[in-house]
Design a protein around this ligand. Sequence first.
Ligand code: ATP
Ligand code: MG
Length: 462
Amino acid sequence: MIRKFLRKVFSRKAPASESIAKLSVIPCKRHGIRRNLIAPCALKITTQIQQAGFSAYIVGGAVRDLLLGLTPKDFDIATNATPEEVRSIFRRSRIIGRRFRLVHVMCGAETVEVSTFRGPSSNEDDDSTSIQLTDAHGRLLHDNVFGSQEEDAMRRDFTVNALFYDPAKEEILDYLNGYEDIKAKKLRIIGDPIQRYREDPVRLLRAVRLASKLDLQIAAETAKPIGDLAPLLQNVPPSRLFDEMLKLLLSGHALSCVVDLRARGLHHGLLPMLDVILEQPLGERFVTIALKNTDERIRENKPVSPGFLFAILLWHEVLSNWNSLQASGEKPLPALFTAIDQILSIQHKKLAIPRRFDAIIQEIWTMQPRFEARAGQKPFRLLTHPRFRAAYDFMLLRCESGELNMELGEWWKTFLSADHNQREKMLSSQPSEKKGKRRRRRKKASPNPALVAENSIKNDHG
Ligand code: ATP
Ligand code: MG
C-alpha cells in the first residue's frame, strides 16, 4: 500500500534493475568505520556539499579498502548535485572530461574527484536505442547519463565497489549486498556478468587485479565467462589497456596478477609477449624474479619506475631478436639497436606505451653490453651514467635468472663497494680487451676518479 502510494506520489519510472537492488543501511556499530578514517579533504568536501543541500558520499574503492582494513589510495565522492552545482560550491574546482564529466575540487595540494550519480546508459529496457550506445561487441560508448543513487550503484563494476559511506551519519548504504560480499571475501560483478564484461572488457582485468590485490575470491558466476570473453580486450583502446596494465604492475601484487591473468587466458590481449616469454624457462625466471622484486619495493614504499618494468617485460623479446640478428651476421651493438627499435615499435601499437618511457627503456637496454666490458676506464665511465642504478639492477636480474653468469653480478657488487684503489686493482687483474678493436672516434675525457669513487648511485630507477 505505502509503496504504491509513494510510487504514485513520485511517479518515477522504476529502474530496470529494481528487482535486484535492495537498500540496506549499515550503522557504524556494525561496520566500525568512524569518520576520522576519512581523509580531511574528502571529509570537508562532503560536508560542504551536504551543507549546500545535496547528498554526498564517499564511494568506491575507499569504502571497500576501509572495510578490508586497508589504507585507501584516494577518496572519491559521489553526489546528486550536477557538475555545475558542485562547481558553484567550490571556488577552487573545475569540471573535467567530455565523455564522463566530473569535478576536480582542489584542497590544499590535493585534488578530490566528485562525480554526479550516473544512470543506466545502455538502456537495458529499450533495445531500440542500445545500438547507438554500444559498439558491435556490446562495449559502452557513452556513459554520461545522470541517475539516482541506486542506479549509480548498479552501474559500478563489483558489489564491493558499490558502497556509499555517509561521513555525517557514519552509515554505509548498500544496494547490492556488497557489505556481505566483503565480509565473505567475494568479488562479484553487478548484474549479468557477460553483459557487464561486454560493456567494458577492462572489467575482466579489474576482476583479476582486485582479487589479487585485495585477496578476494572471484565468485563462480563472475569468473566463469572470463576466459571466453578475453578476446574482447582487443577492442579496448590501447591507452586504456596501458593505464590498466600500469595499475596492475604497480599494485604490489604484480606477480600474482600476471600469473592469474595467464591462467585465465587474459594475457593475450594485454601482454602478448608474455606468451612467448613465459614459455621459455629463462624468460619465466627473469619475469618472475623481477616482478617479485617490484612487489617488494612497492610494499616497502620504494619508488618503481614504469620504464624499468616495461624494460623487464620486453627484454626477452629484445633478446630473441638480438640473437637472431647476430646469428644472421650483424655485429652485436648494431644488432641490439635494431632489435630495440623492432620491439618498441610493435609495443607502441599494441600496448600504447607512451613515448616518454622510451628513453629510460632504451638506456637500460643499451647499457647492458657495457657491464661486460670490465677493463680500462670503462667501468668508471659506466658508473657516472645517470641511469646506472636502473641498468645495474637490471643486469643483476639477468644474472639471477641465469641469463648471465652470476660471476659478472658478483664482480660488479664488489666493484661498487670497493674504494678507488681496490677498484683500480680489480680492473688491472681483468684480462685486457681484444686487440685490433675499432678505435673510438672521439676521445672522451677520463672521468674524475674522485667523483667516480664515491659515485652517487641513487637507490631508484627514475
Ligand atoms: P583502486 O584501488 O585500484 O583505485 P578502485 O575500485 O577505486 O580501485 P578506480 O579506478 O579508482 O578503482 O574506480 C573507482 C570506482 O569507480 C570503483 O570502485 C568502481 O565503483 C567504479 N569503476 C571503476 N572502473 C569501473 C568500470 N570499468 N566499470 C564500472 N565501474 C567502474
Ligand atoms: Mg580508486
